[in-house]
Design a protein around this ligand. Structure first.
Ligand code: SF4
Length: 322
């Protein structure tokens, strides 16, 4: 049964700057299924956040522009939906959580009011019902003394508690899809584990689809169903957690795994990927990982590698598997 609820096809998002066109997302395709957690992983600047922002058409324009592709949500192409329709989908059917809760929360309103706002806007509930729902959500994400804390302002919360508030606000209208952009990056290890538990719960108990974006491959092991590794605005490799952790194929994925302390312990030492992230202005014709790749071949420079099937849904954009 095909239970894909969001299909991104050949997405291209470019930024038109004074010094040239930055191809931040350059032909990315993937599907998100009902009730799965799909993780987009890669170093900063690989295009994962631009991909997420493109789904909700939140790319700053100018300088950004979605120049190609389709984003199919059920039967609707979000790139061609009227702005009014998209406003109804955002925060209601598809919600997003950002890395820095501080900049997402308004300092002059109480957190209770900020969680209630989308409930009243999208669910058309009265103030009392909206307050009850906000209270329930705050308790659900583990905010103690939630009734009292609804009256607090953002500065009265710690970083971890602010992120819980953001999750509660994102869940306010019971979205079908939750996009979380580096939601645990600014948090310490204990709080990070607690926040990841909330995401696991949402997936299991509410059958929510989660697009989880992170630069940290170590974070995704316990939460992902599938992983997409991005590099230079393109997909390098995609597969199940087992595919990526036990049978990594793309030299970039292997390089990322070698940077993980727990895994590299078995391999005696950490080995960072040599070289630097490429400029996405006028990227080379061939494989974008070519300058850093230890296994490069002449063909890699000539033409961009397509996504070759390793087995089942495991794919790698690398000529080693042509
Ligand atoms: S296509 Fe070539 S350069 Fe690119 S990752 Fe594979 S082997 Fe390396």
């Amino acid at each position: 049964m095909n239970n894909t609820i969001l299909q991104v096809s050949e997405l291209k998002t470019y930024f038109f700057t004074r010094i040239g066109v930055v191809k931040a997302v350059d032909g990315v395709s993937f599907g998100l299924r009902k009730g799965e957690c799909l993780c987009l992983v890669g170093e900063s600047g690989c295009g994962k956040t631009a991909t997420a922002l493109s789904i909700l058409r939140l790319v700053d324009s100018p300088p950004g522009r979605i120049v190609g592709g389709e984003i199919q949500y059920h039967a609707e192409d979000l790139l061609r939906s009227p702005a009014s329709r998209l406003r109804r989908i955002r925060g209601n059917r598809i919600a997003m959580i950002f890395q820095d809760p501080q900049s997402s929360l308004n300092p002059v309103f109480t957190v209770g009011d900020q969680i209630m706002e989308p409930i009243r806007l999208h669910m058309k509930l009265g103030r009392r019902q909206a307050r009850d729902r906000a209270l329930h959500l705050m308790e659900q994400v583990g905010i103690p003394q939630a009734k009292e804390r609804m009256k607090y302002y953002p500065h009265q919360f710690s970083g971890g508690m602010k992120q819980r508030v953001m999750i509660a606000a994102a869940l306010s209208c019971d979205p079908e899809i939750l996009i979380a952009d580096e939601p645990t990056t600014a948090l310490d290890t204990t709080i990070k584990a607690q926040i990841l538990d909330i995401f696991r719960d949402l997936k299991q108990k509410k059958d929510m689809s989660i697009l989880f974006i992170t630069h940290d491959l170590g974070t995704v092991a316990g939460i992902a169903d599938r992983i997409i590794v991005m590099y230079g605005g393109r997909i390098a490799e995609a597969g199940s957690v087992l595919d990526i952790f036990d049978q990594p194929k793309h030299p970039y994925t292997r390089g990322l795994l070698n940077c993980l302390p727990a895994i590299s312990e078995r391999r005696e030492k950490l080995s960072p990927i040599p070289g630097v992230i490429p400029s996405l202005i006028d990227p080379p014709e061939g494989c974008i990982f070519y300058p850093r790749c230890q296994q490069r071949m002449p063909v890699c420079q000539q033409k961009r590698p397509e996504e070759f099937v390793i087995s089942g849904k495991h794919i790698a954009a690398c000529y080693l598997y042509a």
